[in-house]
Design a protein. Structure first.
Length: 315
């Protein structure tokens, strides 16, 4: 099969296009013919940084990717809830690598959901890791009707899903992004919009936020978001662990602040599939690249200003 292989971790020049062996499946796995994958900021981080080489485990060659959408072409002996020909999507093996940058991928059926018929392969791939990154910590905290939820980087891959999930659970959503994303976010259901380019948001907002979803990878941003969370409220960091300094400030403000690492979860994927089918979750795809343009896709995600998601099609 064809695959996008990393010669070694580093720059995009280390991507090669090779013929490798089709993976063998275990009894609880299915073999998927890949139709589309999505690119996440974490893909570029893992590609570049040897400090996280543990993510690859003992697998060789090095093949990136967690998100996948495609069609089942083979099933393991113990798989009873899926069959050959089913269209599926999911997040594979995170935080370890799912090896989805390939023509075929072996996937535990417990980590997949059936792709809704009204979703394209590209849309399903887009609504995988980024969607779970938003959904899972929200599930931990819970959202009550009319809770005031503040979402930073709201126009990005994770942020635009967080807006939609928060609205689904009945929240009043305040979205923070650049002014160019205002119409996009209001159309997704945001109740209020703040342009971070016009000045510090913490200087114009009341301290009345029940939940802050912090998706900006920038020193000091978590501390700033804490300023507007009311006592008893929560702050979710989607990028990094809460530092000792941040933890001390959270305690002084009587805020529950925590980091959540996304993990594969078939039940969560089925919930995402349900919302996709009902039209209550709409992935926004900024750009679609051919697999041969994987370097361009990584350059695009590294800019840090993507509106929605970037998708690769295995054409």
């Amino acid at each position: 099969m064809k695959a996008i292989v990393l010669k070694e971790q580093g720059g995009v020049e280390n991507f090669t296009f090779e013929s490798v062996t089709v993976p063998a499946i275990k009894d609880d796995e299915v073999l998927i013919k890949v139709k589309a994958v999505s690119i996440n900021p974490a893909d570029a981080i893992v590609r570049e940084n040897k400090s996280v080489s543990w993510i690859f485990g003992e697998e060789s060659p090095l093949i990136l990717g967690w998100d996948v959408s495609g069609q089942i072409v083979q099933i393991g002996a113990k798989v009873t809830d899926m069959q050959i020909g089913d269209d599926v999507f999911g997040v594979l093996k995170h935080p370890y690598i799912g090896r989805t940058y390939a023509e075929y991928v072996a996937a535990p059926n417990s980590q997949l959901a059936i792709k809704p018929k009204n979703s394209t392969y590209e849309e399903a791939a887009a609504a995988s890791l980024a969607a779970l990154t938003a959904l899972q910590p929200i599930n931990k905290v819970g959202i009550k009707k009319n809770d005031r939820v503040f979402i930073t980087a709201a126009g990005g891959g994770v942020g635009h899903f967080a807006v939609q999930f928060a609205k689904y659970f009945g929240a009043h959503v305040i979205a923070l992004a650049s002014g160019s994303k205002k119409d996009f976010l209001m159309n997704l259901g945001a109740d209020e919009f703040i342009d971070y380019q016009l000045g510090p948001f913490e200087n114009i907002m009341k301290k009345d936020i029940d939940l802050a979803i912090e998706a900006v990878k920038k020193d000091g941003h978590i501390m700033r978001s804490m300023e507007i969370v009311k006592p008893g409220g929560s702050l979710i960091s989607l990028w990094s662990n809460i530092t000792q300094e941040e933890n001390l400030k959270a305690k002084s403000l009587y805020i529950n602040a925590f980091y959540n690492m996304v993990s594969f979860n078939g039940q969560d994927m089925k919930f995402v599939a349900k919302l996709l089918e009902e039209g209550k979750l709409v992935p926004h795809i900024a750009k679609v690249f051919s697999w041969r343009d994987i370097a361009k896709a990584h350059f695009e995600i590294e800019k840090g200003h993507t509106q929605g998601k970037i998708v690769i099609v295995m054409d």
